[in-house]
Write a protein that binds this ligand. Sequence first.
Ligand code: TRP
Ligand code: ZN
Ligand code: CA
Length: 438
Amino acid sequence: MSLSVSRRLAAATALALAGLFAATAPAAQASPAAAAAAPTPPDIPLANVKAHLSQFQTIANNNGGNRAHGRAGYKASIDYVKGKLDAAGFTTTVQTFTYNGTTGYNLIADWPGGDPASVLMAGAHLDSVSSGPGINDNGSGSAAVLEAALAVSRAQLQPTKHLRFGWWGAEELGLVGSKYYVNNLPSAERAKLSGYLNFDMIGSSNAGYFVYDDDPAIEQTFKNYFSGIGIPTEIETEGDGRSDHASFKNVGIPVGGLFTGASRTKTSAQAQKWGGTAGQAFDRCYHSSCDTTSAINDTALDRNSDAIAYAIWHLGASTPVPPGPSFENTADVSIPDYPGSAVSSPITVSGVAGNAPATTKVDVNIVHTYRGDLVVDLVAPDGSVYNLHNRSGGSADNIVGSYTVNASSETANGVWNLRVRDAAAQDVGYVNSWKITF
Ligand code: TRP
Ligand code: ZN
Ligand code: CA
């Protein structure tokens, strides 16, 4: 079969090249050339992220115990991050502003290349409160975004989109730096921002896994990463708008991000699915002097760092929202001839957080001698029915193809069924396999 397809394509190409298509020629069936596959996102080395955190800790220790706006530890943090980015080939800009009578700094790093009209940005606030070194809040986001940027450089990534990274000053005083950046971005520049990804507190000692509920494609990308490693997520609700993404969201830029929790208490249901201690804050050292390198949850920091790279690689490549996990049943199920009853082939889905996507994909492979006999439905765990095939195709035989189902009102986890009924006598067959992809 592949031989005849490629022969047909070769013939069509030859005709097209020769300019021989008559107006009445049937449309070529060739599908558009497949887009180059997005390169695989890297595994961000936890040790590198932690090495940046140690540097932030040292900077705080040497500068009165903090890295707050207007203090020496803040500027030292800016210098550290800028040095790493400059050495890795980024174009860096330090933007200054004044707040509370002292100079504040934002650091912006552009990765050369990509479509200047479509910019993907990731950022984190670099300042701490004055009462502590701010290693989780927000050395964690700052270090992980830095390491993701360095990974872009190591890979010499050439994404479709232009990539930009930002470290914000004076977040703790009211999102001051990020507001300043956005307010001073001409509207033509704002319009080029396809998305802003924010990371503020991603290594909380008693971590939860929270995804911002904002732009759906960004949110889905993060959820796909976590489903892929089997970690359930929840929607971030501990004070929406309490970090720098709000500055971007307020002017209509699509935003998303990750968060492992601050002063809220972990419930027992959350401790059951994520581990850690119920009845205790996600971060007991939030905004206090014990927010040091010893208060970091390495596993959470590692997963979230990898999620950042995953999102940058996928969203920066302009690929559609990548498919999440797939589940398949390859057991044959014979379909009795009419008037026999319908048969079902079940698939048990687990570990997929939240609802199925609007682009749930169902691949069907049914061997049959007359597809026009068959009615094929996807049945969701709660019994909702989505018809995939209703006796179309007449006397053609098998049903081999994929269907996109908007199953966004269905919980993903549970037992899904492919249900097949034969509605006319004589021809018979069986379900060979089917697969559902979230
Ligand atoms: N720096 C934030 C703050 O002090 C921490 C925070 C609280 C947060 N809730 C959040 C960050 C929700 C992101 C999302 O407010
Ligand atoms: Zn913060
Ligand atoms: Ca039949």
